[in-house]
Design a protein around this ligand. Sequence first.
Ligand code: GLN
Ligand code: ZN
Length: 763
Amino acid sequence: MRMLKNNLGYPRVGAHRELKKASEQYWQGKTGRQELFAAARKIREENWKLQQEAGIDLIPCNDFSFYDQVLDTSLMLGVIPQRYTDVLAKNSQNSEIDLYFAMARGYQKDGLDITAMEMTKWFDTNYHYIVPEFTADQQFRLFSDKVFEEFNLAKQITGSTPKPVLIGPVSYLLLGKEKEAGFDKIDLIKKLVPVYVEILTKLKAQGAVWVQLDEPFLVMDLTQKEKDAFTYAYKEINKQCPEIKTLLTTYFENLNDISLTVNLPVNALHIDLVRAPEQLNDVLVQSPEKLILSLGVVDGRNIWKNDYIRSLGHIKKAIAVVGKDRVMIAPSCSLLHTPFDLDLETTINPEIKNWMAFAKQKLNEVNELDKILRDDNELLHNNLKAISSRNLSKLIHKQEIKKRVEAITEADANRASQFIARQKIQQDNFKLPLFPTTTIGSFPQTDDIRQLRSRLKKGELTTEQYDAEIEKATIAAIRWQEEIGLDVLVHGEFERNDMVEYFGELLDGFLFTKNGWVQSYGSRCVKPPVIYGDVSRPNDMTVRWSSFAQANTEKLMKGMLTGPVTILQWSFVRDDQPRAETTNQIALAIRDEVVALEQAGIKVIQIDEPAIREGLPLRKADWAAYLDWAVKAFRISASGVKDETQIHTHMCYSEFNDIIEHIAQMDADVITIETSRSQMELLEAFSDFKYPAEIGPGVYDIHSPRVPTVEEMVSLLEKAAAILPVENLWVNPDCGLKTRKWPETQTALENMVKAAKAAREVF
Ligand code: GLN
Ligand code: ZN
């Protein structure tokens, strides 16, 4: 027998985001189901053929999704919240897709107004899934036939036997949320497993051989009860469906409980050897006889070329211990998290491009590893050449930068004085009123502004013309902020396309792709920058715009930067050095910018870190180490300035309870956070002196065009004042306003200033 080449999943938006375009047109009512289904079918056909050509043996099906694979699973299992049954009733004909989109996006039609289901992050990726909703009397039944239809389609297209992909029953429950009190979702496992048995039995009858069951929760912290659920579910499945071959897949971390996992009665187990190579030895030693191991050696989370020597090391070791018949090779996780095809990139420096691999290239890597094992030395040689060219390249390695990071001291991460002393100085200098008002940075990015940028790119505008237009927009925003009486102004970020891309384009060590899209949620894709080399800041980045803005007002103008952790989190990062090292390089670049802003006369500087919580490792035991370097990186970026300069930071909606100490250790003078949607509940984390500095809890939700009333904002401020010392409170919206339109923004901010003034009367 030969070694099987396995693939867990493939990007599904299409090489040119065809699915995005098709679904958005369908949502707008411009096209019908037929067009949508045709576009979706084409993507699947192409994906399957591509995988077949790349020699993949276990080609996934049902990894395609119109929106999200967790939502697909909810539909498959009939987990449809009560509020959508109306949609179902109104569209009785062929309406599954409309019900599905209603669950994903809400439904405002035919006199109905139904909210969408909640969305949250898929483990530590930037992919977001639709959270299943469970009730105490939750029932499960086979509802959607998508998996069976896709199996048939894939069989027909490939002429071979595809491998259906399902989210496993335990992870499915753990991904969901109890919508009422009085039960534990994990107890639903007994009701859920019979539906899985029914599905597997049906797939078997259709001719399926292997079925992939994704159980990523096997790498998470697990309670005994959750572990028991795994044992129960897989014993039951094995008992009821002994003929189907089960491939249990885990990824993103090492197995939480190796002994539990390897002893589940499945035919094969997939482990992630990119994120967690250290688990290989134990898994090999502890695996019972007959368990096949799928080795995830090709990185499904990043865009770098595989280091064949390292991967072959793992594969050969596994073969030596368990034998060739019990080894499969695969990418580490679904390729969903990588862009489609590197061949489409025509502008990347060829030297750097030769170090990279997107989804299509990664399939080929799996194939090549197999060929090398069968003695293809030339492939190995070529890979070695690429890998060593990267190890030594002058494009990447800059001694001055490495030395500067090495020389970072504790002092570099500390402001001159403690917060209390700084606060006194800043208060004396700024003389701001109680409840000072400000905004988070961006103002509406209108079509006009966006068009300026695209015309500049196309060469239809000169830089001078573009700058003049941006200056106009900035001045208008300043005048208007002065008129309504805001205390600390912003320049509006009109010159920025995106808060990470803008900096990436100005820093050395970053590159940008033309088509490197990755699905973030539904039809939304992001194109993360690639950090390929040591990062440095050849020139000032924001000084021009901030000092221009400051020169046009007597009021305080806030400088606006993106923090090192957020820049790291929202990029594809280097895999040849620890994340902490890369973050420190970015931190030093931001630090220099902060100092340059101070020298240019900017007295208030905000360093946004909305992604700090996203960076938390999957397992609690690893949190402290991450928070240590992440917080320190922020401090390095913020600590080059004098006590007189006020450092702000900003974070979007997140739970702060379990990391409040670390947020405090960031030692910003002011933090602005998103709290309005939680009615200031999130602010509780900052109560009882757990947070020493000043805080601006957002008083209105910027995600909707709704204009908040003065009264409701006053009442939120009163709530905040009951939790925190009044002297420490700021007044601001939840986040930046770039996605809003001007009219609602203007009224909302006018009301906000009125609310602050009203609050000043009370206190
Ligand atoms: N300064 C940024 C803005 O206002 C912050 C955005 C964010 O927190 N995501 O747009
Ligand atoms: Zn925000």
